[in-house]
Design a protein around this ligand. Structure first.
Ligand SMILES: C[S@@+](CC[C@H](N)C(=O)[O-])C[C@H]1O[C@@H](n2cnc3c(N)ncnc32)[C@H](O)[C@@H]1O
Length: 809
């Protein structure tokens, strides 16, 4: 279907950009200017100023030197330099010698630099004397330090050969490529000159204009910086190489040298603006025009800068390196703050913009399509890459027009302008540099430790950074558990409990019930002793009970839990409508004595552990002091710092023995089945007195293991270091399961097996705690834990101080 007639007309009108074009080479006006105004400043740096005469004399001398060394017409000569006047001399020298320049920034890694030099077939490099000795160029490449070349005598010209034709190559600029190899964009004299001339004419750039040359030579904004103002008798002000990114330096140069043109990516103007704002700097010299390109312009930026720099015109420029710097412009007047983005605008002189669908038909207005650039700015193609050139520089099937397929998305608006809508692919712009996310991802995935990678641009308050995520290569996963392992583990665990003869399930259940009862009686007695439930009619709210119990705030949760446990055991009634508790069952001395007798009788039969029974009883006796905080639990668990009582609880008790044996059997099976090249990384958390570790470490001896013994408390680490001194593969460290592992030096995926014996009840938030453990465990790894993750089952636990969390010792 055809576009409606009025849209066709509008499109034709917007693209009717024909204007006169010069057939002279890009550098012709600069050299002519040297004849017209030899004494005017041309290139200004912090330390010296080159007037037009010296600039021309030096450029001619470089051209002569190149030709003497054998450089031929059309040869590609690299400029590998720090920012400085030498770059301008070098670029002009190459063009005067009828060569094409290939800018290579010194900030690039040598590998990338050499790839570019090789790809461009470079044999001659222009550089600076301080860089020459350390360049380490590929074999067959010679370097000439431009600052050591004596200027030619005034008026002498290097070559008499005919001037470059409009289609002759002027420069090759390398951009990021999705395959990981940079691609060289070949721009002709005619293409670059068309853009430069248009900008100069459009914005009245004249002899009084000076541009601040912020762009690197390898970024095509620098083409305008050199050939724009210098073509009309203006000047280029260059920052010092080392202070290229320092807005204080820029501000000083702007004020001191009367800079009138700003040409940068939006991020640099933003930095400049921030500096002016923070320093209350008032002198912005003669700044009159800011040209912003290379990235999205924050919608608030133009007005914000204008508030600091009165009278400043701000213009958005867009395009592609493949179409000679810029192809589209939009003067930014007052910005509607509700606008999502700054309009992309209308084409420059002798250039066209089309929004095409996949069949290369013009999209109707407001319909999104891919942006194509046509006209005088188009590159000659990609150096040495015909296939890619054919892919990106296409002929329109109907009009026959040569077009560059940008990979950008956009749509035409009813005012004839274009709105930019981002990329078709993963290419992004960062500080004006094109970055193919695929190139970054490919490089990351090339590392053996990386399995998958994804790169994105992270926008943080206007400052954009490249961020990459990687999933590490799966280590050879510790061997899968052998078939039937649960039975084997259970059998091993059952054996562990048989030390004192046959233990029947019934005896164990009776013992557990007796311990529960003993605990419940002690709770009830404490509440009574606090004056609660004195008569059968007494009823109290939860808050009243907590207040009367004398519990410190840290133990309020415990009182709530006791109430629930008492109610679950039928010893207390709760009226949920009024939140009142009543009917606490009696708990007299006689009941207590009776249950203690039952426990004492069952202890040897079940092998429960006499020390643990004693500990329970101590806790019951001192329940009030424990609750009020007058007596820390540790004084009962570690009397005078001794470990026996705790050992009785976590190691010698029937249930601990069972749990420990099960955990040990499981971990040992995992470790024994591991066949990868690296040791299995075992991380034990809350290892404490080593109730589990003592036997586990012994069981793992002889296998390839890296065992990290951790606890929240230092107290246990010293003792463990002594106990396990014979096992050099055991390391020791602090770890708090309630704190961020990374902040404690524990990286994601740092463990194959996490062992958590009787410790997870210390989690303040169970879900978050498991999230942390999941992050620590490498893909394919596992967690062996015993005990309840929280103490919500207080009513069932045989410990008489249910849920009392142990303080850090
Ligand atoms: C009941 S003990 C168990 C000790 C050992 N796993 C055993 O079975 O013998 C609980 C251990 O967890 C530790 N712990 C307490 N809070 C912790 C936390 N937030 N992070 C890590 N460990 C903690 C204590 O220091 C104590 O050593």
């Amino acid at each position: 279907m055809e576009l409606p007639a009025h849209q066709r007309e509008r499109l034709a009108r917007v693209n009717a950009t024909e204007a006169p074009r010069s057939a002279d080479p890009l550098h012709a006006e600069v050299m002519a200017q040297a004849g017209r105004t030899p004494g005017r400043p041309a290139v200004i740096t912090a330390h010296r100023t080159l007037d037009y005469a010296e600039l021309a004399a030096r450029a001619h001398a470089v051209a002569s030197a190149l030709i003497r060394s054998g450089s031929v017409r059309g040869e590609r000569v690299a400029v590998v330099m720090d920012k400085g006047w030498e770059q301008v001399v070098a670029v002009l020298g190459v063009l005067l010698a009828h060569g094409a320049y290939v800018p290579v920034d010194t900030t690039q890694p040598p590998l990338r630099r050499d790839t570019v030099l090789r790809d461009a077939g470079v044999r001659r490099v222009l550089t600076q004397s301080w860089l020459a000795p350390t360049l380490g160029l590929p074999p067959g490449t010679t370097a000439l330090a431009v600052d050591t070349v004596e200027p030619a005598t005034p008026g002498a010209t290097a070559v008499d050969a005919p001037a470059a034709a409009p289609d002759d190559l002027t420069y090759v600029i390398y951009t990021s490529g999705s395959t990981g190899t940079p691609k060289g964009v070949m721009i002709s004299h005619g293409a670059a000159r068309n853009t430069v001339d248009d900008i100069n004419a459009r914005f009245d750039v004249g002899p009084d204009d000076r541009v601040l040359g912020l762009a690197q030579l390898g970024f095509d904004l620098s083409v305008y910086d050199i050939f724009g103002p210098l073509a009309v008798g203006g000047a280029l002000v260059l920052p010092e190489a080392a202070r290229r990114g320092d807005p204080a330096h820029w501000a000083a140069l702007v004020a001191e040298h009367g800079v009138s043109l700003w040409n940068s990516v939006p991020a640099q103007l933003q930095m400049f603006h921030e500096y002016l704002r923070a320093e209350h700097a008032a002198d912005t010299g003669r700044l009159r025009l800011a040209m912003l390109s290379g990235d999205w312009i924050p919608v608030t930026l133009p007005d914000a800068v204008r508030a600091r720099v009165p009278g400043l015109s701000v213009v958005s420029l867009g395009g592609a390196t493949e179409a000679a710097i810029w192809s589209i412009h939009h003067p930014i007047d007052t910005v509607d703050p509700g606008l999502g983005s700054i309009p992309y605008g209308r084409p420059l002189a002798n250039q066209t913009f089309r929004v095409l669908d996949p069949l290369m038909r013009d999209c109707p207005e407001h319909v999104t399509g891919e942006l194509y650039i046509g006209g005088a700015g188009l590159a000659l193609g990609y150096l040495g890459d015909e296939q890619r050139t054919a892919e990106r520089f296409v002929e329109h099937p109907r009009s026959g027009e040569r077009l560059y397929r940008t990979g950008d998305m956009g749509r035409r608006l009813t005012d004839g302008g274009i709105e930019f809508l981002g990329r078709v692919d993963g290419q992004v712009k960062l500080n004006g540099h094109r970055v193919e996310l695929a190139e970054v991802e490919a490089a990351l995935q090339g590392h053996p430790a990386v399995r998958l990678a994804a790169a994105v641009v992270h926008d943080e308050g206007g400052s954009r950074r490249l961020v990459a995520f990687a999933e590490t290569t799966r280590r050879a996963v510790p061997g899968a558990l052998p078939a039937g392992w649960p039975d084997a583990v259970a059998e091993r665990a059952a054996r562990s409990t048989g030390g004192t003869g046959d233990v029947s399930d019934a005896d164990v259940r009776t013992m557990c019930a007796a311990l529960d009862e003993s605990a419940l009686l002690s709770m009830a007695r404490l509440l009574r002793a606090r004056g609660l439930f004195g008569t059968p009619d007494d009823a109290h709210t939860t808050d009243e009970i907590i207040a009367a119990s004398g519990a410190v705030p840290a133990h309020h949760y415990l009182v709530r839990r006791w109430l629930t446990a008492l109610a679950a055991a039928g010893r207390l009634t709760h009226d949920t409508a009024t939140d009142r508790w009543h009917g606490l069952a009696p708990a007299d001395e006689h009941d207590v004595r009776a249950v203690h007798e039952r426990i004492d009788a069952l202890e040897p039969v079940t092998g429960w552990g006499a020390a643990l029974v004693r500990f329970h009883r101590d806790c019951e006796q001192h329940l009030g002091e424990l609750l009020s905080g007058a007596l820390p639990l540790r004084d009962l668990l570690f009397p005078e710092g001794r470990l026996e009582t705790a050992a009785a609880a976590y190691r010698d008790n029937l249930i601990s023995r069972y749990n420990n044996a099960a955990a040990i059997a499981a971990v040992r099976a995992i470790v024994a089945g591991h066949s990868g090249p690296d040791p299995v990384r075992v991380l034990e958390i809350g290892a404490g007195i080593g109730g589990t570790s003592a036997e586990l470490i012994l069981a793992l001896a002889g296998h390839r293991v890296d065992y990290h013994f951790t606890d929240v408390s230092h107290f246990f680490l010293n003792a463990a270091q002594e106990t396990f001194a014979a096992y050099p593969w055991v390391r020791y460290g602090l770890f708090d399961l309630n704190a961020d592992p990374r902040a404690q030096g524990f990286r994601p995926n740092c463990a194959d097996v996490v062992v958590a014996a009787n410790v997870l009840h210390n989690a303040v938030h169970v879900g978050e705690m498991f999230d942390k453990l999941r992050e620590l465990i490498a893909p394919g790894g596992c967690c062996a834990w015993t005990g309840w993750p929280s103490s919500t089952r207080a009513g069932r636990t045989p410990c008489c101080v249910p849920g009392l969390r142990q303080d850090r010792i």
